[in-house]
Design a binder for this molecule. Structure first.
Ligand code: PLP
Length: 448
């Protein structure tokens, strides 16, 4: 007999199917059969408008023929060759990336996930800084950078704490984040004078052997936190002045999500290393990128980079990237810029219309809605501890209502992320927000 998971009562008919190792007991996921445009369809034939692009990665929605055909064509030409060989498709993608990345990014390493991109970045930074005896990496609390040993140490959310043994990995530090709504210093912008950035500089100076700082230009999973004006620029100044590399983790924010090719473009900042994944192929194939600037590229002209993967620079994944980048160039970026004002209007209205909405944050087609039990004191309905304890979360109830009404939302402890496919129509965007608007009556009914 299928056991219902309290957070996922939209059961499929599948029993005991191995899907995830995450609290597998009682998990009974919905079975998905197909997808088209901004919608995916379950085994009963019911369709859902995807208002979160799954894990904020299906930038082109489902069934994009140009990307599918590019993968097919590449499979017929050369489906695989080891990464020590050059290929036409690798050259093509590298040329295309050169035209869209900040112009200081000259050399590229292709992996298969955002996690891998960050692992490569850690290794690159440490090797580059080894002669100066700098090996520590600073990241921010309230961040997510991946699941493996190194990238989980970079990660500043509760997932790191679940794996005690990882505490033994040395050379990783975390500092208070740039999160105005829950300012760790209990200050207000702009009177705070960017205390978060100054705290980072203080830490860098006190530690003395910092190789790099890694940050999400817009914090993704942990709330879609858009940094205050001046923060990213100040981060660049601080890292430059202290001879520390700046790594921008654009795994979630890259490829037009925020209305620019990369989020750092909003602040005209050029990091030393950029990592990205997800949108690079719009999730049609697993590919990631670690891009570095010239001084780092020059360093590896005569230093061995002891790193690599069997599926590094895989031709099928690169074919997907090549076609996806063309779609972004041809119409998607323009579309995102055109439709973003409507997105911003609708997400702001959620706060105006609902007492349980503590904060909304957005940039481009990337938004976070934080659900508060006590808005005045900024107290969320749930905390990370509830998630660890497996308590039903308010956001799960909201998402369940949305699913019943044909809209998918990605939720996280006390907020949900609104990040539809970048091709979404105005009509669908309005429909998605209409359903969210109704769903929020559930949390409104339970505020303090
Ligand atoms: N970095 C950021 C900012 C992310 O949002 C994610 C995933 O959500 C990762 C890294 C890890 O990427 P992946 O899940 O592809 O390993």
């Amino acid at each position: 007999m299928a056991i219902k998971n309290p957070e996922n009562e939209l059961n499929s008919t599948v029993e005991n199917t191995f899907v995830t190792w995450s609290r597998q007991k009682g998990w009974n996921p919905l079975k998905i059969i197909s997808g088209e445009g901004s919608y995916f369809t379950d085994s009963s034939g019911k369709s859902y408008l995807d208002m979160s692009s799954q894990l904020m990665c299906c930038h082109l929605g489902y069934g994009n023929k140009n990307v599918i055909n590019a993968i097919k064509k590449q499979a017929e030409t050369l489906s695989y060759i080891g990464p020590s060989f050059d290929t036409d498709i690798r050259e093509t993608v590298s040329e295309k990336l050169k035209s869209i990345l900040p112009d200081n990014m000259v050399k590229y390493f292709y992996g298969t996930s955002g996690t891998e991109a960050n692992e490569a970045a850690i290794k690159i930074a440490r090797m580059y800084m080894a002669d100066k005896k700098k090996n520590k990496i600073i990241s921010f609390y309230n961040s997510y950078h991946g699941s493996t040993l190194g990238s989980l140490q970079l990660t500043g959310d509760f997932r790191r704490m679940l794996v005690d043994s990882y505490e033994n990995a040395s050379g990783f530090l975390r500092v208070a984040p740039q999160f105005c709504y829950h300012c760790p210093f209990k200050l207000k912008y702009p009177e705070c004078n960017l205390a978060c950035a100054e705290n980072l500089e203080y830490t860098i100076k006190q530690e003395g052997n910092i190789a790099a700082v890694i940050f999400e230009p817009v914090t993704g999973t942990n709330g879609v936190v858009v940094p205050p004006d001046g923060f990213v620029k100040r981060l660049r100044e601080i890292t430059e002045e202290n001879d520390v590399l700046l790594i921008a983790d654009e795994v979630m924010t890259g490829f037009c999500r925020t209305g620019e090719w990369f989020a750092v473009n909003h602040w005209n900042v050029k990091p030393d290393i950029i990592t990205t994944a997800k949108g690079i192929t719009a999730a049609y194939a697993p590919l990631s990128l670690t891009a570095v600037d010239k001084k780092i590229s020059d360093f590896f002209e005569d230093h061995i980079f002891a790193h690599g993967h069997t599926y590094e620079a895989h031709p099928l994944m690169l074919a997907a990237a090549s076609a996806a980048i063309d779609e972004y160039k041809n119409y998607v970026l323009d579309h995102v810029r055109r439709i973003s004002p409507l997105f911003e209007k609708r997400i702001k209205e959620l706060r105006e219309n609902h007492v349980s909405v503590g904060d909304v944050r957005s940039i481009g087609l990337f938004g976070g809605v934080e659900i508060n039990y006590d808005r005045e004191n900024r107290i969320p309905f749930n905390t990370a501890q509830d998630k660890i304890d497996g308590k039903p979360l308010m956001v799960s109830r909201i998402a369940k209502y949305a699913m019943e009404h044909g809209v998918y939302l990605n939720t996280w402890i006390s907020h949900f992320i609104v990040a539809p496919p970048l091709i979404i129509s105005e009509e669908d965007l309005n429909r998605g927000f209409d359903v969210i608007d109704e769903a929020l009556k559930i949390s409104d009914a339970e505020v303090k």
